[in-house]
Design a protein around this ligand. Structure first.
Ligand SMILES: Nc1ncnc2c1ncn2[C@@H]1O[C@H](COP(=O)(O)OP(=O)(O)OP(=O)(O)O)[C@@H](O)[C@H]1O
Ligand SMILES: [Mg+2]
Length: 666
């Protein structure tokens, strides 16, 4: 962003269409830029003015009250461009007002998020019939039993798009969430793609080929979702993580559609709770590029809780979901009460999962190999790929047995080693400890203690490692609940949620009267309610004492949906354009946050620096963000343009959709 300021000495500055300045933080109580000395570090400081009701923002009702806005001519700095930019030194600028005026909303905690739905409670005596989730975990669909009438219905599906394995499920005509197997008759599909000249092979064959044909294979794509600079080229076509993910989605839906004998269009796709806005948007884009209508992007632990909760509606409980998959980790505390799932807090890492345990085993055997043969097999692409399989197999074996054998081959040399469970746990101890550090953090954020946690749900294939359970038992004193299938429960929950959206009727899609599940189940599903929280803080870059800071507007762990407004001031006289940089993260410096987009207000009428600009953030229930910015001086909504820095725009998406439709996927 440019930080130009307009004007030349001695002349009133003229509007300059090219001026783009950063807003300064603005005190909603006074209509003035905030005194920097009042801004605490990191600034959550920041004046997260509650804004459910704009009238409650003191100056909003009366723009004339904003001294700089009412009469630009009266602005003391108007004729002196040298003094113009309040942002450069607010203390020196007359409009910066009284330093004694503390931002009234300095504590975002006091700013309640607006729009939070109140969860609907279901009396215990009206709760669900037994949906047989216990059975569902091991139930596939018997296609021959499918009612022909079902084929006429719209089937909505839930997809767990995993780092290492993906799954698709739907609610069958008995109201049971069931996994739809792929064309290889597998319930989960490896999230691996092998490119051949004219087709993309997704799944088991691709995973096996990762060893023999690593150049044409790609895996762990989810780890790069939302990344702007990650691309891979296969057969002269460049693929972003979204495009690659769309191929995985295409295979899942294609197989499921042919299995059910009808095409699936509407889906819910799950994401780690700790995914930020960019990754969520990338996931949605991947679905759309695959030709799907993405009803919603749902948090994985919430999906797991839905699958669990549906069978446990009569219990009122606080549940911790410990979700360790193939590539991501998060831990979430939620209350489950009569059909309502209320997320209290969530935290985690998007780069921590089973793959890292595999990597440690690869490192261990590679070092053993190096000691023996003086060669590092990690330097050889083929050996490295082969070791990836060997390591994962050994890890899985060690969940059942005290020892496993590993074979490493490189440049004609061979090494066989036995690894004990003890040694495996030793070389991966740091990783498990890393997950452990999040437990007290999330408990604290959710204002819970171990005493108030009723159960710990194990989600994600990596929770099958015995050390995970042991650690949780030791730290919490609670025996973790492993009754739900850790690989499949997320897809089940997504299917339940997709059904809920269908039953409720989602925007633009009229599926009324299309229900095919038994009414008793539909009645239960309809009563489900989910309240999520934000996993990251949202703010904007604003200059405080001339220094760009992250002014947090919606703090992490706020219940969704949330809506807040805050006022900022223009940086220069006669500034014609304001560019609001939207940041995600808790760090004080904008550089350490993720810049998720910009919102530009242009064609501002001439007015002095410090003129109020009201920024409103609206975080919807799904975790999507809408930003609007208003020029308060003219008391009119100025057309805003929201430009996300990552991902595809609509035209690109349409073009890629055509391209992906032409790619043969098997
Ligand atoms: N018995 C087992 N013991 C140890 N690890 C296992 C076992 N079974 C599966 N895993 C590991 O679980 C991971 C896959 O789990 P899951 O399918 O839940 O993850 P994912 O959905 O691919 O990843 P994420 O949710 O992080 O995106 C892999 O790393 C796999 O090696
Ligand atoms: Mg997963």
């Amino acid at each position: 962003m440019s930080e130009n300021v307009p004007g030349s000495a001695g002349h009133p500055p003229q509007p300059d269409p090219d001026v783009v300045a950063q807003p300064v933080a603005y005190d909603p109580a006074t209509g003035l830029p905030i005194d920097p000395s009042q801004m605490p570090a990191g600034s959550a400081a920041a004046p997260a003015a509650p804004v459910a009701d704009p009238a409650s923002v003191p100056v909003a009702a009366d723009p004339a009250a904003a001294p700089v806005a009412a009469d630009p001519a009266a602005a003391p700095v108007a004729g002196d461009p040298a003094a113009a930019p309040v942002a450069a030194d607010p203390a020196a600028a007359p409009v910066t007002a009284d330093p004694a005026v503390a931002p009234v909303t300095a504590d975002p905690a006091v700013a309640p998020a607006a729009d939070s739905p109140s969860p609907e409670l279901i009396p215990a005596d009206q709760v669900a019939p037994d949906l047989g989730m216990g059975d569902a975990v091991s139930t596939s669909i018997d296609r021959s039993e499918m009612d022909d009438a079902l084929r006429a219905r719209v089937i909505v599906a839930g997809i767990d798009l995993g780092t290492t394995y993906s799954a698709i499920a739907y609610m069958d005509e008995h109201g049971k969430p069931v996994i739809i197997p792929n064309s290889d008759n597998e319930r989960i599909t490896p999230s691996v793609i092998l490119f051949e000249e004219d087709e993309a092979i997704v799944g088991r064959i691709a995973k096996q080929s990762a060893v023999s044909d690593p150049e044409n294979c790609v895996q762990f794509i989810k780890r790069d979702m939302g990344s702007n600079d990650w691309e891979k080229e296969f057969f002269a076509k460049r693929y972003t993580p979204e495009l690659l993910s769309s191929l995985i989605l295409k295979r899942l839906v294609q197989d499921a559609s042919s299995y059910l004998g009808q095409s699936i269009k509407y889906v819910v796709i799950t994401v780690p709770a700790y995914f930020g806005d960019t990754e969520r948007k990338a996931t949605r884009d991947a679905g759309e590029v695959a030709g799907l209508t993405v009803l919603e992007v749902l948090n994985e632990p919430t999906a797991a809780a839905l699958a669990y909760g549906l069978d446990n509606l009569d219990k009122e409980q606080t549940v911790m979901v410990y979700d360790l998959g193939g590539g991501t980790f998060d831990v979430t505390v939620m209350e489950i009460k009569g059909g309502s799932i209320n997320v209290l807090a969530t935290d985690g890492e998007v780069q921590l999962g089973g793959k890292d345990w595999d990597d440690e085993l690869i490192n261990w055997i590679s070092e053993e190999f190096h000691k023996e043969h003086g060669i590092d097999p990690r330097d050889d692409m083929d050996s490295y790929q082969a070791l990836r399989d060997t390591a994962e197999n050994a890890k899985i074996a060690l969940s059942k047995k005290p020892k496993a054998r590993m074979l490493c081959q490189c440049q004609g040399k061979t090494l066989k080693r036995e690894i004990t469970l003890e040694k495996f746990e030793d070389v991966t101890r740091m990783l498990l400890s890393q997950t452990e550090t999040y437990l007290p953090i999330v408990l604290e954020k959710s204002k819970c203690s171990w005493d108030s946690v009723d159960s710990i749900l194990l989600v994600g294939g990596s929770t099958r490692m015995p050390a995970v359970k042991e650690m949780l038992r030791r730290v919490s004193g609670i025996e973790p609940d492993d009754t739900i299938n850790p690989d499949e429960c997320v897809a089940f929950g997504a299917a339940i949620y997709a059904t809920l959206l269908k039953l409720k009727g989602v925007a633009g899609i009229d599926l009324a009267g299309d229900e095919y599940i038994p009414e008793s189940v539909a009645a239960t599903v309809r009563k489900l309610d989910v309240v999520n929280v934000t996993s990251h803080s949202l703010g904007i870059a604003a200059k405080i004492a001339g220094v760009p800071k992250n002014c947090i507007m919606i703090s992490e762990q706020s219940p969704l949906p949330a809506k807040k407004s805050m006022r900022f001031g223009t940086e220069a006289d006669n500034q014609t354009k304001v560019e609001v940089q939207v940041l995600e993260g808790e760090a004080e410096s904008p550089d350490e946050c993720v810049q998720i987009g910009t919102c530009i207000i242009s064609d501002l009428p001439p007015r002095p620096c410090g003129s109020p600009i009201e920024v409103t953030f609206h975080y919807d229930a799904e975790g999507r963000i809408n930003v609007t910015a208003k020029d308060v001086g003219s008391n009119r909504e100025v057309t805003t343009e929201i430009k996300r820095d990552g991902g595809m725009n609509d035209e690109e998406k349409e073009a890629e959709k055509q391209a992906i439709a032409e790619v043969e996927v098997s």
